[in-house]
Design a protein around this ligand. Sequence first.
Ligand SMILES: CC(C)(COP(=O)(O)OP(=O)(O)OC[C@H]1O[C@@H](n2cnc3c(N)ncnc32)[C@H](O)[C@@H]1OP(=O)(O)O)[C@@H](O)C(=O)NCCC(=O)NCCS
Length: 378
Amino acid sequence: MMVCEYKPGLDGIPAAQSSISNVDGQKGILEYRGIRIEELAEKSTFLETAYLLIWGELPTSNELAAFEDEVHSHRRIKYHICDMMKCFPESGHPMDALQASAAALGLFYSRRDLNNPAYIRDAVVRLIAKIPTMVAAFQLMRNGNDAIRPHADLDYSGNFLYMLNEKEPDPLAARIFDICLILHAEHTMNASTFSARVTASTLTDPYAVVASAVGTLGGPLHGGANEEVIEMLEEIGSVENVRPYIEDRLERKAKIMGFGHRVYKVKDPRATILQNLAEQLFTKFGHDKYYDIAVEMERVVQEKLSHKGIYPNVDFYSGLVYRKLGIPTDLFTPIFAIARVAGWLAHWKEQLEENRIFRPTQVYDGKHDVSYTPIDQR
Ligand SMILES: CC(C)(COP(=O)(O)OP(=O)(O)OC[C@H]1O[C@@H](n2cnc3c(N)ncnc32)[C@H](O)[C@@H]1OP(=O)(O)O)[C@@H](O)C(=O)NCCC(=O)NCCS
């Protein structure tokens, strides 16, 4: 019998063959369909990047216009979904609200016609269009307000900020938010993408695929880290406290949030772009003292941990950007989900193209031939 070595976390074991994205963790390179993330952040939009990820090629101007029109016209959510969301507890985490609402979409649009390209396109459009509306709706409803309708004249990102804050955003803020979505749209075989592919492989509907991935993204070791970065910066409170804070954590062998990555052994290229975006926001809308604390943290962590390949990851500067855009801390991970829906759907589609249901094995290390002990003798 073949004996397989068990690798905790499936570390280094390929779970799929994929042409969607690529990371070179030694050189700090991230590519979507072969295009470097820096170039997409500079020249593309989130919807164009989503199209690229899902259909494999950059769209022509007609294809992009048609896709944008479809997404924009599907941004509203049914009042039944709004009514359902009104019953969610106000104290619930917005990620849990998002997972439940994404799953509920499947009740309204369940058809599971997975061999039909029109069904695939409809599902892609609906999920990309409606997830931001549901995130914004929960934010307003938990504060006792009615959700507001999408703004027909605003683009994808501008409209999300409008639905969240009930006022039209500054164009720079909307563009920076759009770049954040590009940066978070896809990242190879991470935990939530793996979860999406496993769910997809059962041929269930795409709403269940996304709901399962949203649930996986919520953990602090994955999408939840950027919330903890902000809490950490607030706890540190001043530049002078940075060094003692880091030394104390390292002494206690505690992790420093926003640093380290399973794949990157240099600074995450997305962290570099986000740092630059944060600086642009501070120049236009005023400085944030937590940025000085963050820069000092990067300097001290580099001094102490660069020999282990520990550098800032995507979550380190993203929280500062979102804070400056007026986004509450517990919406950071739902915003990550808004972006990552594009990547999950690309993997859903790729999985369906050559599907085989995931059925890994295990290394059993339990007992054998144990006899059943009657309850009164235990
Ligand atoms: C992301 C993460 C889970 C990657 O973990 P990993 O690839 O399993 O890395 P390891 O836990 O094996 O770490 C390797 C070494 O670096 C250290 N290290 C890793 N991340 C660290 C961090 N954030 N702070 C301090 N030390 C860290 C580990 O303690 C370990 O040291 P050792 O070899 O002396 O034991 C981990 O870096 C982490 O928990 N980071 C903080 C959470 C975070 O920011 N998550 C968002 C990821 S995008």
